[in-house]
Design a protein around this ligand. Sequence first.
Ligand SMILES: Cc1cc2nc3c(=O)[nH]c(=O)nc-3n(C[C@H](O)[C@H](O)[C@H](O)COP(=O)(O)OP(=O)(O)OC[C@H]3O[C@@H](n4cnc5c(N)ncnc54)[C@H](O)[C@@H]3O)c2cc1C
Length: 450
Amino acid sequence: MRGARIAVVGGGLAGIAAALECADGGAEVTLYEARRRLGGATFSVERKGHWVDNGQHVTLRCCVFYRDFLRRIGTEHLIAMQPRLRIPVLREGKPPAWIERGHAPAPLHLVSSLMSYAPLNRRERIAAVRAAAALRRLDPNDLRLDRFTFGEWLRARGQSQRAVDALWNLITLPTLNVDAENASLAQAVQVFRTGLLDANDACDIGVAAVPLQQLHGDAAAVALDDAGVRVLIGMPVRGIDREPGGVRISLDDGPDTAHAAIVAVPHYAAGELLPPGVVETDALDELGTSPIVNIHVHYDRRVLAEPLAAALGSPVQWLFDRTASAGIETGQLVVVSLSGADDEIGEPVDTLRDRYLAALARLLPAARDAEVLDFMVTREPKATFRAGPGTRALRPPQRTDVPGLYLAGAWTDTGWPATMEGAVRSGLAAARAALDDLAVGVRAPEEAVA
Ligand SMILES: Cc1cc2nc3c(=O)[nH]c(=O)nc-3n(C[C@H](O)[C@H](O)[C@H](O)COP(=O)(O)OP(=O)(O)OC[C@H]3O[C@@H](n4cnc5c(N)ncnc54)[C@H](O)[C@@H]3O)c2cc1C
């Protein structure tokens, strides 16, 4: 393995995880990132003296590879993890409802919360508990489940539209970035089982206590340097080709070579980088994209009492207090996160401003008299692939059929939706495949191009 040279293309979480794993495995690694920073889809921008993330990111206690990754880059302590799942669900003109876990073993830890969940009537609560129990018996790797939508399944299990809106979509939208009606049943089973139903504490929510750039990209730059990885930022790769014994990386100022390449770019960018036939470009197109919009409102005072909350009967989906993490000393920065935001992605700022300031005022009484010091919208039109039926078969494994070429990225086949956990898992899987192949001489280093 020593002396094997591995190129990693893309400096998001998948590429960073792959590069660190390869370096830890003894390879000489170069990481190429097109942008002038690491962190990929997780970053922050400076605005009026404070930091704004491109979009609120949430993790769960069950995201063990992501948390290991943070440990590896030295930032695990910068995640504020709830000691116990507790979500206030805000409703206009009514007291909040609560989703929280108890101390009983899974899946009983959620029963008492579900049975007192105010937005549903008694019948709907019982039906929800039954559906959760049935969900727990399904296998997320059963490809037959990937033919159906989660919405169809919920209806067949007697879930009312109100239960879908007030309970199931509260989790489906932020985790899958599509609603139940558009989500793959298999993917929903994975999320609900792994994130909620299979272990008592899996569902505890963690959020970054610092800007995302500090949590991921900047810390990773130091860790990669310490690990001896050559990091080239502002260095877009234009193409990757096979050569005898290795791969050729085309750059604006000439080619580089390596024994193997891990391509960790988004799915919509992978096809054009790779030689024909390595990935099915039609399948990547079919994976599609789903947008996320975040609305950042800086109030002159505290308006949201909790660190995070969900909302019902409102255009607001989830909201977060980002004041401390943004470095703000006056007032409160409230961030509204909108997943599956097909309707909002193209809306003008003024329209969003009118709609969301009014909606926040209806949900948060203290916001009615508060002055808005700043209002900003961040949009990610291609935030994730669309986790619809049939998706699983479209996601390729990390080891391709072509020697020396590996794929990584939250979109590759990890079993997880497009998440930070999925990205890290994919990077580790690609790195291990490359290291294994190089170790057994599938692509013997001595044959490498000079
Ligand atoms: C607004 C938003 C909110 C989200 N919320 C959550 C959440 O709450 N929880 C969660 O777990 N996940 C969330 N996600 C998803 C999560 O951020 C992604 O799944 C994950 O970060 C993807 O990592 P990646 O490394 O696979 O891809 P990316 O982060 O997209 O990285 C790919 C990298 O490749 C680079 N690149 C592309 N082309 C080239 C080239 N030719 N040469 C060199 N480099 C290239 C890109 O610049 C980029 O840095 C969210 C995403 C967004 C956008």
